[in-house]
Design a protein around this ligand. Structure first.
Ligand SMILES: Nc1ncnc2c1ncn2[C@@H]1O[C@H](COP(=O)(O)OP(=O)(O)OP(=O)(O)O)[C@@H](O)[C@H]1O
Length: 588
């Protein structure tokens, strides 16, 4: 949504098909506004009849006024209900579409976006702002129309009945409105934005703190030790106080100016009665003005609340717009070449906000159905290289091709179906074992059980109370890091892709799991192009080629024997690794 934010633009963007509900809400609310002024006029007419004519007052007239009052109230209730019904239907559709559009947009973003973003924050941002938008459209938006109509009618009425009493009431309105406008400026919006942000931070850091309570307890620390949470409490305290102080004076003057006409109407009537030719008529008018100024007071108070809610609504929409500003990666039309395997041609990539490239001018051809190992110090770019093959990020220079086709010209679903990635930390969903293996795709039980067998997950399955349909993470169904990795290997067996990307596949595994993982990976690799990151150098001595990375560059490649002979860096790495193994065995 790149147009200026207004209620109408928001509705056009999120629920264009429900635009008639927007107009219905405005019409019903405006009619309700008119209907809510009518009884005051009729009460004045009754009071006038009684005060001016005393005992000879026309009883029929009074009864018919009372009937009109009753009728206007009943119609008012029906109209108000209809307006609220329209606004609620509109609000529900907008809320649904906000969530729907946001999720669809998130799904179209590069995977790398989720590595750099706090997913809890994104979820909260969508949830909070969608429900704030709902609350505003459903409950506050109808009040805007009604509380705009009432002051207009009121001004017309007070100036036409008695301009002297009318001017006093208008003076109160003008002073009140001037104070309210001072609260509607950009400064208020800025402060409210800061206040809302600090409230959001407090909530996010609160969740983080609760998650970290075991650590806080184990180390016998206080809330203050959780610096971020503590800082966010203090920041919230400061922002809330500042915002309240900023609004304090205008709000006090606003409230006083609204009460002022009601208080001063009595004395002014007394003064005017002395010089009036029809004092009883003036007295009845004074009653009308007292009633009207009380009504206006509540309407203007509502308008102040609505304008604050409108500011919050605009801030919520701006925050939602931030999500939509993250661009999906374009699909390019790049011609295919006659190449096989995965080829890197002068590939460079720098993470956003970083100065040094994570991948620096790498050219290499990973041949089809061969196994490669990436070796290098921490931070040398191994994981990034794997992620670039899955197009988690778009490269800055060069090209990456799979079987001659640039990955930027391959549809995302097709690209991901060619790959299986086993991450360092294999994340499982709080779903059944079956869903964690199939990941929403349709496979028969036989196919799933075969994948479980090939990945050595039979023991995991046999420990599950409800077999494949056991919920992971519930009722004591705990899955260890190594088991989670084995389940993610079962996923890979089931999908049987052409390319296997393994990132530290055994990093979290105990010796038993490690053995099982190594065995199943050996099977899984067959007939696939496999690129793996391994710190355990003894497990890669038989791979087809080892690539040595340093500071994002590919500095050497060859098989184990070649590198032992020709690469002092690799020889050193290998010797250090062998020594560390011996040291570990000796100390075991
Ligand atoms: N999401 C990210 N945002 C910004 N910089 C990143 C991100 N991921 C990695 N980097 C940086 O890119 C460089 C390469 O990191 P990468 O994780 O690819 O190295 P690695 O060789 O896989 O390291 P390790 O063996 O520790 O996993 C490092 O300087 C790292 O700080």
């Amino acid at each position: 949504m790149n147009k200026k934010i207004s209620i109408k633009n928001v509705i056009t963007f999120y629920a264009k098909e429900k635009m008639p509900l927007y107009y219905l809400t405005v019409i019903f609310s405006a009619i309700y506004g008119i209907l809510s002024v009518i009884p005051y006029y009729l009460i004045w007419q009754i009071a006038r009849e009684l005060i001016v004519n005393g005992t000879s007052a026309d009883k029929n007239k009074i009864v018919s006024y009372a009937v009109y009052i009753f009728a206007s109230q009943i119609i008012g209730i029906i109209v108000s209900f209809s307006g609220l019904m329209a606004s609620h239907l509109l609000a529900f559709r907008i809320e649904k579409n906000i969530r729907h559009n946001a999720i669809n947009h998130l799904l179209s973003l590069p995977i790398g976006y989720f590595e750099n973003e706090d997913t809890g924050r994104i979820r909260r941002m969508i949830d909070d702002n969608a429900s704030k938008t709902h609350t505003f459209i459903a409950h506050m938006f109808p009040d805007i129309a009604s509380s705009t109509v009432i002051p207009i009618l009121f001004i017309i009425m007070i100036l036409s009945v008695d301009y002297r009493l009318g001017l006093l009431c208008i003076a109160g309105v003008i002073i009140g409105m001037a104070n309210m406008f001072s609260l509607m400026g950009p400064k208020t919006k800025e402060l409210m934005g800061e206040y809302m942000q600090s409230s959001e931070n407090l909530s996010i850091n609160g969740v983080e703190f609760i998650r970290g309570i075991p650590v806080v307890k184990v180390f016998n620390q206080s809330v203050e030790s959780f610096q971020r949470f503590y800082a966010s409490i203090m920041d919230y305290d400061e922002k809330a106080k500042f915002f309240v102080n900023f609004c304090k004076k205008p709000m006090i003057f606003y409230t006083l100016s609204l009460f002022m006409p009601t208080i001063l109407l009595g004395p002014l009537t007394m003064i005017l009665i002395r010089h009036s030719s029809s004092p009883l008529e003036l007295l009845s008018k004074s009653i009308l003005y007292i009633l009207m100024s009380m009504l206006l007071h509540s309407v203007l108070m509502k308008l102040a609340t609505v304008s604050e809610a409108k500011n919050m609504f605009f801030i919520s929409i701006e925050k939602l717009n931030d999500i939509f500003e993250n661009k999906q990666m374009p699909n390019m039309n790049i011609e295919k070449t006659n190449q096989e395997g995965i080829s890197f041609e002068n590939v460079s990539f720098t993470y956003m906000g970083k100065e040094t490239p994570a991948i620096n001018d790498i050219s290499f051809n990973f041949k089809k159905n061969k196994t490669y190992a990436l070796v290098g110090a921490s931070g040398s770019g191994k994981s990034t290289l794997l992620e670039l093959i899955g197009r988690f990020y778009d490269i800055d220079k060069g090209s990456i091709k799979i079987d001659g086709q640039d990955i930027r010209s391959i549809d995302e679903d097709i690209l991901l179906s060619k790959l299986a990635i086993v991450f360092q930390e294999s994340k499982l969903l709080k779903r059944t074992l079956r869903e964690n293996i199939t990941m929403g795709k349709n496979y028969s039980d036989d196919e799933i059980l075969n994948a479980i067998k090939l990945s050595g997950c039979e023991d995991i399955l046999s420990n599950m109370k409800n077999g494949l349909d056991t919920m992971i993470g519930e009722q004591g169904t705990y899955v260890s890091g190594g088991e989670a990795q084995r389940i993610s290997i079962a996923r890979a067996f089931l999908r049987n892709p052409d390319i296997l990307l393994l990132d530290e596949a055994t990093a979290y595994a105990d010796p038993e799991n490690e053995h099982k993982i190594s065995e199943s990976i050996e099977k899984l690799k067959q007939g696939k192009t496999c690129i793996m990151i391994a710190h355990r150098l003894n497990s890669i001595t038989n791979v087809d080629k080892i690539l040595i990375m340093q500071h994002g560059k590919l500095i050497d490649s060859g098989n184990h024997e070649e590198l032992m002979q020709n690469s002092p860096y690799y020889r050193q790495l290998y010797e250090n690794y062998s020594r560390s193994i011996k040291w570990r065995v000796a100390n075991a």
